[in-house]
Design a protein around this ligand. Structure first.
Ligand SMILES: [Zn+2]
Length: 89
């Protein structure tokens, strides 16, 4: 009399394989989804960069001019024309 039957052994092996392939499949699905999401993000970024033109400047830091109160880009700020304006005109 054996402690386990051949059927039980086969079932155990089959169950292990099923779990193993299940994990592999889930991992592959996740990888595909991640890659698709990355591609979509890259496409969106590419579209915004090619069609937006000035859209990239929207992320630039803005500073308030102490003389006129206007918000200007921190880099490449231009004078508003007032004498007290600290930016080069
Ligand atoms: Zn100013």
């Amino acid at each position: 009399m054996f402690g386990f039957s051949i059927q039980k052994l086969l079932f155990t092996v089959a169950a292990i394989f099923a779990v193993w392939y299940g994990f592999k499949w889930v991992g592959r699905m996740k990888e595909v989804r991640d890659r698709e999401a990355r591609d979509r993000l890259r496409r969106q970024a590419g579209n915004a960069g090619s069609s937006g033109g000035g859209v990239s400047g929207a992320a630039e830091e803005m500073v308030e001019c102490p003389a006129c109160g206007a918000f200007v880009a921190a880099t490449g700020a231009k004078s508003c024309g007032k004498a007290e304006c600290p930016y080069p005109g």
